[in-house]
Design a protein. Structure first.
Length: 633
């Protein structure tokens, strides 16, 4: 097979880039940036590369604005404050070198579109820099994550993959001498590093081994493919351990599910180009890309359990679906791509120059997926899936009807990347997720450590004012697909404490009964149970609330804002009003109940929403709630 098969028809792509509005927009979006890098790229081997998760404001924890000509001064995207210290300067170098790798791929594409030799000169300049200084670069990252040139081992792998994707497009324009230099002085030493590096997070291992395998295929050194596949840290073992039976990656996060799949997706494309058989990876990837179609909300967004990034949906992974569909043209992949390019996403792309538009892969492999999907969809089509879903291996359930959907996570497979939020629910109504898991922002922020990962930021229960300490596996008690109902439990959420949650989605609302039982036979001590619910919208209620102190001084209570409270023994209700919709929470009364309302942070400190905390005491507790949904035009 020839290298040109990665992109089969450059003349058609040129026509598309000149005549199709979305394709023209993609070129208009990435070409100026790539041209800037081609004209201004200058790296310095004395720079120290660090950890990208430090590239956040140390005042409000919003992302900083990366400026490739400002290595020591960094402006906050939200509050405008400047940050300049060693940690953030190192993160800047990490981002600089990561950008360079992807720009090499973009430059290869632009060379085919315009024939400008400057694009090839840029690629040669970058590779010469790495060849000349490989083995001398300094990095400063969290222990165990050190890479060889970009900062971390992960970004080394990502950078190598994008370099190879670019080189694959221009291979015939490079001399045998050039290719041999790149091979001997950069890529083979990097392959050895990536293969030998062990003990990393599993999704990172998959990236590193995929990069090493791609080096093996590109340079016809297939021993690296074998080493990438086999052994305790090989791709086969990682997929056997981490890919659950129905196709979800075991870290329990849609972000890490896609992130784990991404590096192997590019490797699979190389396997097809170079006629290399790797059925375990191929079958695993097919399952991984089919899976999210089942658990997406009707607007194409995903739930956000555990670590990841908030407000993600198909459009965030359009580039991956374009790449995967180019290898396997399947209905679920076409459906996913149709969800990527909705009218709203297209408008966002035009208004904000969104990067979540499929980007260059859409230019290379994409078509007008919405129109194609409308033509092929029939009444018998299984997409979109409108029935209740259950995956008992990852402890996920999603209830669905025509206007609403409810997602619940009722257990954990492993602790890594988990949040303390067993039995957390998310609610979708009409066209948006009104009560969402905020997921997290940068791992280096106090907001992440003190709020986003804590029980208090989720729709769950805390016992005795303490964060949930354990990550128990879940127990499915019953699941009624036709009745849109699920009842699940988890033992030892706290020592000797069992949770049971029963949710049923109705035509205009949700029934929700959440029970906490003290299971230790000798434990007759009184406990404090705090039930939480967070929702977007303006708060409405008739409760006699008065300003109150925060109901705790640690585990997130200290971050509750505008706290007010009152005693309520009988039934009560409150509403959250959003444009075109309203959510009304009603809760059955119980003597000794205290209701708190407060503002809580979302994934950044300048975004807040109203939450309610219901406090009760006893040996056990039951919180019987219902949510009534109102939709207006």
């Amino acid at each position: 097979m020839t290298a040109r098969q990665l992109v089969k028809d450059w003349p058609s792509i040129k026509v598309k880039a000149q005549t199709v509005p979305w394709a023209k927009h993609i070129v208009e979006q990435f070409k100026p940036a790539t041209d800037w890098w081609v004209a201004h790229y200058e790296d310095d081997p004395a720079r120290v590369a660090g950890w990208g998760h430090h590239y956040f404001c140390d005042k409000c924890f919003a992302e900083l604005v990366f400026d490739p000509v400002m290595p020591t001064e960094h402006k906050c995207s939200s509050c405008g404050e400047l940050r300049s210290d060693e940690e953030v300067n190192d993160a800047w170098c990490y981002i600089y070198r990561s950008n360079v790798s992807s720009q090499m791929f973009n430059a290869a594409v632009l060379y085919h579109l315009y024939g400008d030799e400057d694009y090839l000169a840029f690629i040669r300049k970058v590779l010469a820099f790495y060849c000349d200084h490989y083995g001398t670069f300094k990095v400063r990252t969290p222990p165990g994550q050190e890479g060889m040139f970009s900062g971390t081992d992960l970004t080394d792998a990502v950078g190598v993959i994008w370099m190879l994707n670019g080189l694959e497009l221009i291979k015939e324009h490079l001399s045998a001498e050039e290719l041999d230099m790149y091979k001997q002085r950069f890529f083979l030493p990097e392959a050895a590093f990536l293969i030998e590096k062990v003990g990393c997070t599993p999704n990172i291992i998959c990236w590193m081994k995929a990069a090493a395998g791609m080096i093996g295929l590109f340079f016809n050194e297939r021993v690296w493919c074998e080493r990438a596949a086999e052994g305790e840290y090989g791709i086969k073992k990682k997929l056997a351990d981490g890919l659950l039976p129905e196709g979800i990656w075991y870290e329990g996060s849609f972000h890490y599910h896609f992130y784990c799949a991404e590096g192997m997706t590019y490797y699979l494309a190389f396997c097809k180009i170079y006629d290399y058989s790797f059925p375990q990876m191929e079958e695993g990837l097919l399952a991984m890309y089919r899976y999210p179609v089942r658990f997406s909300f009707p607007n194409g967004r995903f739930p956000s359990p555990n670590d990841g990034w908030p407000l993600l949906g198909f459009s965030n992974y359009a580039h991956q679906y374009e790449w995967m569909r180019n290898v396997y043209d399947e209905a679920p992949f076409r459906y996913a791509l149709a969800q990527c390019y909705t009218d709203r996403e297209e408008q966002a792309m035009k208004d904000a120059m969104s990067t979540n538009s499929g980007g260059v892969p859409r230019l290379l492999f994409g078509r007008d997926w919405r129109l194609e999907w409308e033509r092929e969809t029939t009444e018998d089509s299984p997409y979109p899936n409108t029935t209740a879903q259950l995956d008992k291996d990852i402890y996920f359930t999603m209830l669905k009807n025509d206007t609403a959907a409810v997602f619940m996570k009722y257990g954990f497979v492993l602790r890594g990347h988990s949040h303390a939020d067993v039995m957390n629910i998310e609610i979708y109504l009409k066209d948006e997720i009104v009560s969402r898991d905020i997921s997290n922002s940068g791992y280096g922020s106090d907001l992440f450590r003190e709020w986003q990962r804590k029980t208090i930021a989720h729709n769950s229960i805390m016992v005795d004012g303490q964060n949930q300490p354990n990550r128990p596996r879940g127990e499915l008690i019953s699941f009624d697909e036709a009745g849109n109902r699920c009842r699940a439990a988890a033992d030892e959420v706290y020592p000797g404490v069992r949770y049971i949650r029963d949710i049923q989605l109705l035509a205009n609302g949700l029934q929700d009964v959440f029970e906490v039982e003290t299971t230790a036979a000798a434990d007759d001590a009184q406990h404090t149970f705090d039930w939480f619910f967070h929702c977007s919208g303006e708060l409405q209620h008739r409760l006699p609330l008065t300003r109150a102190a925060q109901p705790g001084d640690a585990d997130g209570y200290q971050l509750m804002q505008e706290t007010a409270a009152c005693e309520v023994n009988g039934d009560w209700e409150m509403s959250w009003v959003l444009p075109g919709k309203k959510v009304t929470l009603k809760m059955a009364g119980c003597p000794g109940t205290t209701v708190y309302v407060f503002k809580g942070y979302e994934h950044r400190m300048d975004w807040m929403r109203w939450g309610v905390m219901v406090r009760r005491s006893g040996i056990s507790a039951q919180f019987a709630a219902s949510y009534h949904f109102e939709i207006s035009e």
